[in-house]
Design a binder for this molecule. Structure first.
Ligand SMILES: [Zn+2]
Length: 602
């Protein structure tokens, strides 16, 4: 039964009363004045208390709560006038609040005072460690948190495509809309911008040469540069070899010059950027005729005590986007080449999942145009109407994942006459056949059985009404089983999961020969995951022999549509019960398979 005591407003008031009583009961404890609360206004703080230092409390602390308390925990902060503070001690945010709980931490809303006591104890432990200087290395391990505190509010956005490793080197940046995109070279940058914006950048004046300085370890706050001459000193001290790269850029006397600092932390590589601004020509050329100023003089005048701008750098390179440097599969997936035949409701979404998984080289093939009713099941929406599915999908994926360099679409129908495509098959690591057309699948099967260099194939298909989805992997040069081993000559599955009354599963469209199988986008989603999983498993070599993964739909949906579990499936594989399950099984060779037997005798 609902009870008014559980009402969040009642809970909050009671928690605030309890906490107030506890805080004011501490030695010297009192409520924060509204002027003192100002320090924390950015985080929506509504109430706060102050506990002064005493014999039991080695440092004065503020305790604050926000509008979600007690569903959010109380936070502990260093008052402005006390010791420590942001960038002096680690784990102190810009407003003095201590970083004690991770963003994902869960707290009990039932015991707000106990939670606050625990947080206070952690705060005292942290303060002790900070005072001892024990955790100064945390500034390096969590470099980005601290660098970002010290960045300028008006600083441009930096997006990095730079390969996150040393050595120091020249890089190139493109400037547009208050953001810099930095890359190792012009080709990378041109390609990325073209994929993102659909057109090649043609204004050379928007590009400039900058420098990447790879530091042996991340900076601590006392090393953060504030002026151009600080930048020079920092480079001189940590990577003298990079000094000439830097001075080379300075000598060109650009209006502004970016220096990107990179380093490796325990949690992956990180970047930070500073922008130097050219002093006025008058200052640089003072005492010399224009154009006659010696290089060294010009450089040293550029490197003035003028303020620089510090900026955050957002990594947009492959290993960061796909797994934040933690996904060891990426080195392999990045190089994999996958061909997707059929970019319809099934293949289209599988292609997107593979791109999201980090497959850099995806070739998409489909000859069909997008039609209005496709929108209910297809990854592309109605804006693709009357456009070729493969080309449109490739462009969408290029735009959404501009760091993936090898996505292309081809408006080709796969068949014997598509000789270019057939000749290119050996260049792929995996083929996914998601056309749902028996003629395509049998042609592929024939090719795979007759040539040694056709890569592994994942055949994907749905049973009528998406009552079940299958993803079958036949490896390259397999002599154990083929696609045909599980099918009748007509393309009917030997062992379907569901039996239907004859021909009731397909409905006719008002056009000659046009039939479709009614099912919705929700059932399809299981199939997308099924096919993508076996595809990735094949690329990562966790699936190596002929294997079929089957998703079995919900029993009530099947029965409502007039279908029933196939008794033969139940005997051989097992009763799916209520359905909604995935079955993974070996795909066995059919003793009298006409395709395998021809292969065996020739
Ligand atoms: Zn066979």
């Amino acid at each position: 039964m609902p009870n008014a005591v559980n009402d969040p407003k009642t809970q909050r008031q009671s928690a605030l009363d309890d906490l107030n009583q506890y805080m004011c009961g501490q030695k010297g404890g009192r409520k924060l004045l509204s002027a003192e609360l100002e320090q924390y206004k950015e985080r929506g703080v509504t109430h706060g208390w102050h506990i002064p230092s005493s014999d039991t409390q080695p440092i004065a602390l503020d305790i604050v709560v926000d509008e979600n308390f007690p569903y959010s925990a109380a936070r502990v902060a260093l008052p402005k006038k006390g010791p420590g503070g942001p960038l002096k001690w680690p784990h102190v945010e810009s407003d003095g609040v201590l970083c004690l709980l991770s963003e994902q931490a869960t707290v009990s809303s039932q015991h707000p005072v106990d939670v606050t006591k625990a947080v206070l104890n952690e705060a005292l432990e942290l303060v002790k460690n900070c005072r001892n200087g024990d955790i100064i290395d945390d500034f390096r391990d969590e470099f980005l948190s601290y660098w970002n505190i010290g960045t300028d509010k008006n600083a441009p956005l930096f997006i990095s495509l730079i390969t996150p490793n040393g050595p120091s080197r020249h890089v190139i940046a493109w400037y547009g809309n208050a953001m810099y995109i930095c890359a190792d070279n012009r080709d990378t940058l041109d390609g990325w911008l073209t994929r993102l914006r659909g057109k090649k950048p043609n204004n050379d004046s928007m590009f400039q040469k900058d420098v990447l300085v790879w530091l042996p370890q991340p900076m601590i706050p006392s090393e953060y540069p504030s002026t151009a001459i600080d930048v020079n000193s920092l480079i001189e001290e940590h990577d003298p070899d990079a000094l000439e790269l830097f001075r080379d850029c300075v000598a060109a006397s650009p209006k502004s010059l970016n220096v990107i600092f990179g380093a490796t932390t325990k949690h992956g590589a990180c970047f930070a950027a500073v922008t130097l601004f050219k002093p006025s020509n008058k200052e640089i050329e003072k005492g010399f005729r224009p154009g006659r100023i010696p290089r060294d003089v010009s450089i040293s005048r550029y490197l003035s005590t003028n303020k620089i701008m510090r900026s955050k750098v957002h990594r947009a390179d492959h290993n960061w986007v796909h797994g934040r440097d933690q996904d060891i599969r990426q080195n392999s997936l990045k190089k994999s080449r996958v061909l997707v035949l059929g970019c319809g409701a099934l293949g289209g979404s599988v292609a997107r999942l593979l791109a999201q998984s980090g497959i850099n080289n995806l070739t998409l093939v489909d000859h069909q145009l997008f039609d209005w009713p496709n929108a209910s099941r297809h990854i592309l929406g109605v804006s693709a109407f009357q456009k070729n599915k493969a080309i449109e999908l490739a462009e969408t994926l290029q735009h959404d994942f501009p760091h993936l360099t090898g996505i292309e679409g081809h408006p080709v129908e796969f068949g014997l006459s598509a000789t270019g495509l057939i000749n290119s098959l050996p260049s792929f690591d995996l083929i996914i056949s998601a056309t749902g057309r028996w003629e395509v699948d049998t042609l592929l099967n024939g090719l795979q059985r007759s040539k040694v260099d056709i890569p592994s194939v994942v055949y994907a298909w749905l049973e009528p009404r998406a009552a079940a989805a299958h993803a079958l992997m036949i490896p390259q040069s397999s002599d154990s089983a083929c696609l045909r081993c599980g099918f009748k000559e007509s393309g009917r599955l030997l062992l379907p999961v569901v039996n239907w009354p004859d021909d009731e599963s397909l409905l006719q469209e008002p056009a000659c020969g046009a039939v479709f199988s009614p099912f919705g986008p929700v059932e399809l989603t299981w199939a997308h995951a099924l096919v993508s999983e076996i595809a990735l498993g094949t690329l990562m070599q966790s699936v190596i022999s002929p294997t079929c993964h089957t998703w079995v739909g919900q029993r009530n949906t099947v029965e409502d549509s007039g279908g029933s579990w196939n008794p033969e499936w139940c005997d051989l594989i097992g009763d799916p019960g209520q359905g909604g399950i995935v079955v993974r099984r070996e795909w066995k060779r059919l003793p009298d398979c006409p395709i395998c037997n021809i292969s065996a005798t020739t």
